[in-house]
Design a protein around this ligand. Structure first.
Ligand SMILES: [Zn+2]
Length: 409
């Protein structure tokens, strides 16, 4: 069994790096805070007896050789970067639990057939460049040189930030791992929702990671005098947008796992006495089933066209991002399920609405995730909380799952 006290102490220590006055954690990629966090994690990896290295994109690895060093390794981990003013658990729990698992193996004299590697990925959150999962994209060969042109709030690109950090952006291809080089990728993460809380369970088994589609709707109507234009002569872009926002909510609600959100909206010219002539708004659609998600999107597009035609408003839709959902591997899910049963935890499966590095790893190897109960489902917030007992339970599920995937020697 793992040492839950040690895991908790390390979580608390790591959370002090980037701690802000308001109590949250801000650790953006390629900053001094991220460097300090990775240095601390590297020191834990060394305590656990792991061979430590960093790759060309800054992903930090700790390696414990298996009996067969030629066999594909089992990769376990998460990220140590955070959003602005985030919580203590999102990311660090998975990295530190991975280290705890191999340290417990070391202390218990447990050998595995396969090598086990623990990873702290670079920039999962995308808080700095509005572009995330940089480390896992590089690992899976999904990072293009154009991706390194994304800029932060000061106009500094990923490539330049990498240089300042001491990495060479021309070498990112070196971070790529080949097909067949990994036996599995496994991540422990907080749920960031309320399902496990309502099921009264410390941990759950992720079925798949929902893939987001991001769209920008641009509506062009006709601005006019709010007092002088009769209601039947109007081409009000905001009234049209209101109908479409309603359609997004209705269509997403028509499927069990789909979610749809309009998070940004801007009306122009923005006067209290002017009919809005132009409106831009965002749509975020997700489901773990690509066909369901695309069906919801199709119906929203059809309804938007109908609304705009009826109101004499021009409609433009731009696609900003389209990521495929990533189903978790059946094999990995069944290993996690067996681990839960051994520990007396009822196996419960649930989807992940939030994105994770596993989305990119899924194209390289079988991928799975274990969720730990989140208090009130709160995340990306200083109030984010999972209990010490739940973190320990999740880490024990991870321990047994890694044994199952790496093979007890
Ligand atoms: Zn995370």
């Amino acid at each position: 069994m793992v040492d839950g006290g040690r895991l908790w102490r390390r979580l608390s220590e790591l959370a002090e790096i980037g701690r802000s006055e308001s109590g949250g954690v801000t650790r953006l990629s390629f900053t001094d805070e991220e460097r300090s966090a990775k240095d601390l994690v590297a020191s834990y990896m060394e305590e656990a007896g792991l061979a430590v290295r960093e790759d060309a994109i800054g992903n930090l690895f700790g390696r414990r050789e298996g009996r067969d060093p030629e066999a594909p390794a089992v990769l376990v981990g998460s990220h140590v970067d955070s959003v602005y003013n985030g919580g203590d658990f999102d990311g660090p729990l998975g990295v530190l639990a991975g280290i705890e698992v191999v340290q417990a193996m070391e202390e218990n004299g447990v050998l595995t057939d396969r090598t086990v590697e623990v990873v702290a990925f670079t920039d999962e959150e995308g808080a700095r460049f509005s572009f995330g999962m940089i480390g896992s994209r590089a690992l899976a060969g999904h990072l293009s040189s154009g991706d390194l042109e994304h800029t932060d709030g000061d106009g500094l690109s990923v490539a330049l930030a990498m240089r300042e950090y001491g990495l060479d952006p021309d070498q990112v291809d070196d971070a790529r791992r080949g097909q067949g080089s990994l036996a599995a990728y496994l991540e422990l993460h907080i749920e960031q929702g309320r399902v496990l809380e309502s099921e009264d369970l410390p941990t759950g088994i992720v079925t798949g990671i929902a893939g987001p589609v991001w769209l920008r709707f641009s509506l062009r109507g006709e601005p006019g005098h709010a007092g002088a234009t009769p209601m039947d002569r109007r081409h009000d872009a905001l009234a049209a947008a209101a109908e479409i926002v309603g359609a997004v909510e209705e269509e997403a609600s028509s499927s069990t796992a789909a979610v749809g959100t309009v998070g940004q909206i801007e009306a122009r010219p923005g006067g209290i006495n002017i009919i809005p002539g132009g409106v831009d708004f965002s749509v975020d659609l997700r489901d773990i089933d690509v066909a369901v998600r695309d069906g919801v999107e199709e119906r929203i597009r059809e309804r938007a066209e109908e609304v705009c035609a009826r109101r004499g408003v021009e409609l433009g839709i731009e696609e900003l991002q389209r990521l495929d959902p990533a189903p978790c591997s059946e094999e990995v899910r069944s290993v996690i399920s067996g681990a839960c049963e051994e520990l007396g935890i009822r196996p419960h499966s649930l989807p992940s609405g939030a994105g994770h590095d596993g989305m990119h790893l899924a194209s390289l190897c079988p991928m799975g995730m274990i969720f730990v109960r989140s208090k009130d489902g709160i995340s990306h917030n200083p109030e984010e909380w999972s209990s010490k007992e739940d973190c320990e339970a999740g880490c024990n599920v991870l321990y047994r799952s890694v044994l199952g995937l790496a093979g007890r020697g």
